[in-house]
Design a protein around this ligand. Structure first.
Ligand code: NAD
Length: 421
């Protein structure tokens, strides 16, 4: 592909190509036949909807929305909803596919799904955001439900979005259905410990992958949102020194260590890390290339590519985001001896506690934060150990091993269920 045509491929299409390549490589290792490969490469259900939204000035805009259920062989579909201007059907399909392997890898009874609306939430008022959310949910209503497909927060959405989804679904059903979404406010049946769950999982994965004590280890975090900011906090609590952080507004570095709480207060006040007083400004690219022990990409796909991978100096990369490393970058990092804890393992804490929230909703009960945290820790540690063992046994990278386990379990479920009719 020439550089001119390469730029025509959307980031979403690149993410899907990466996901398909990872599937193909796992399928080779598992000796899957062509029919099963095709089933696993193809989404079970893929819905594109138009979402008309009335703006405050009376104008009507129409944005596109998507919901993809990649696979439902092991259980109902599960996956977040993303509000981002560059979201497209390819990106949502890739993210749904990764959800399928992730749920199988950590042993929870879900298939994989993802949703998205191609809108920039920062340009909408709260009322416009509510209208977009409710109308989008209304459009995908026939395919979601606590036994069918359970959304959760992702980039650009939060517990308020989940509350609106729960309300829209419940009003249509005629009775409250808390189990239709996870990541809800606790007043509506959200689980204790869901808010920081992905980030606590990132901490568990980081400490497992690190040889020796975390004390004084340096960390850089790309993306200071729902995953990145608490991950920075938890890693600092574990004794690490968080020296660099970036978000969409900029990047900052302080080699003596950033005060994560103070930085969060600054972000709360100003809307981003840009201009933070107790640190120096840095470019987005330089943040990824800091000489640190651990790099946590926690923003979007395609952050570490063939272009910049050779300049990454971190010894360990723990993927808080989904798909932040391209397959070409993976090879360069492996050659350089850099360990990558892959997304489907490192950020699985979110879906694990989403599962625990759903179980509590179905049973109409609520567990203590301690109980939730213990289950999260057990599942993360067991999954990490299984991936590490497979990696050592078969000489695979952690990503290759995680995919062999995840894809293998879904393939096995297909075999056991057989093909109807
Ligand atoms: P979020 O919207 O809360 O935060 C995203 C952050 O990334 C923001 O701080 C934003 O400013 C920043 N960002 C955007 N572009 C950037 C760039 N070019 N450079 C640096 N920072 C940039 O989203 P989130 O929920 O924290 O999700 C982040 C990633 O984690 C996504 O890949 C998501 O799919 C994945 N993930 C999220 C969860 C969850 O529970 N929220 C669970 C598993 C995985």
């Amino acid at each position: 592909m020439t550089p001119a045509t390469a730029t025509l491929v959307s980031p979403g299409r690149q993410a899907l190509d990466s996901a398909l390549l990872q599937l193909d490589q796992a399928a080779d290792r598992l000796h899957l036949d062509d029919g099963l490969r095709t089933m696993l490469a193809t989404p079970r259900r893929s819905l594109t909807v138009s979402v008309p939204v009335r703006r405050e000035d009376g104008r009507m805009d129409v944005v596109q929305g998507f919901r993809v259920q990649h696979n439902t062989t092991r259980g109902p579909a599960k996956g977040g909803i993303r509000f981002h201007p560059s979201t497209d059907i390819h990106e949502v399909t890739a993210l749904a596919m990764w959800m399928t392997w992730k749920c199988a890898l950590v042993g929870i009874p879900y298939g994989g799904a993802k949703g998205g609306v191609s809108v920039d939430p920062a340009t909408l008022t709260t009322r416009e955001l509510e209208r977009v959310t409710r109308r989008y949910v209304n459009e995908i209503l026939p395919i979601i439900g606590p036994d069918k497909d359970i959304p959760a927060p992702d980039v650009g959405t939060d517990e308020q979005t989940m509350a609106w989804i729960m309300d829209t679904y419940s009003v249509n059903a005629g009775y409250p259905v808390p189990g239709v979404v996870t990541g809800k406010p606790t007043t509506l049946g959200g689980s204790l410990g869901r808010a920081g769950a992905t980030s606590r999982g990132v901490r568990i994965a980081t400490l497992k992958a690190m040889s020796g004590s975390p004390e004084g280890r340096t960390v850089a975090v790309q993306g200071f949102g729902k995953v990145g900011a608490p991950a920075a906090r938890y890693l600092a609590d574990a004794g690490c020194r968080v020296v660099g952080v970036s978000d969409a507004t900029g990047a900052v570095v302080n080699h003596s260590g950033l005060d994560v709480d103070d930085l969060r207060a600054w972000v709360e006040e100003t809307g981003g890390v840009y201009g933070y007083r107790h640190a120096d400004a840095l470019s987005h690219e330089d943040l990824l290339e800091l000489d640190v022990d651990v790099l946590v990409p926690a923003a979007l796909e395609g952050a570490i590519t063939a272009e910049n991978a050779s300049r990454v100096r971190a010894r360990l990369i723990v993927e808080g985001a989904n798909g932040p490393t391209t397959p070409e970058a993976d090879r360069i990092l492996a050659d350089a001896g850099i360990t990558v804890v892959p997304d489907i393992l490192a950020n699985a804490g979110g879906v694990i506690v989403s599962y625990l929230e759903w179980v509590q909703n179905l049973q109409a009960c609520s567990w203590s934060a301690k109980e939730v945290d213990t289950r999260l820790r057990d599942l993360m540690e067991e999954s990490f150990d299984a991936v590490a063992a497979m990696s050592a046994e078969r000489g695979l990278s952690l990503r290759q091993a995680a995919h062999v386990i995840g894809v293998g379990r879904v393939a096995e479920a297909h075999r056991m269920r057989g093909l109807y009719p």
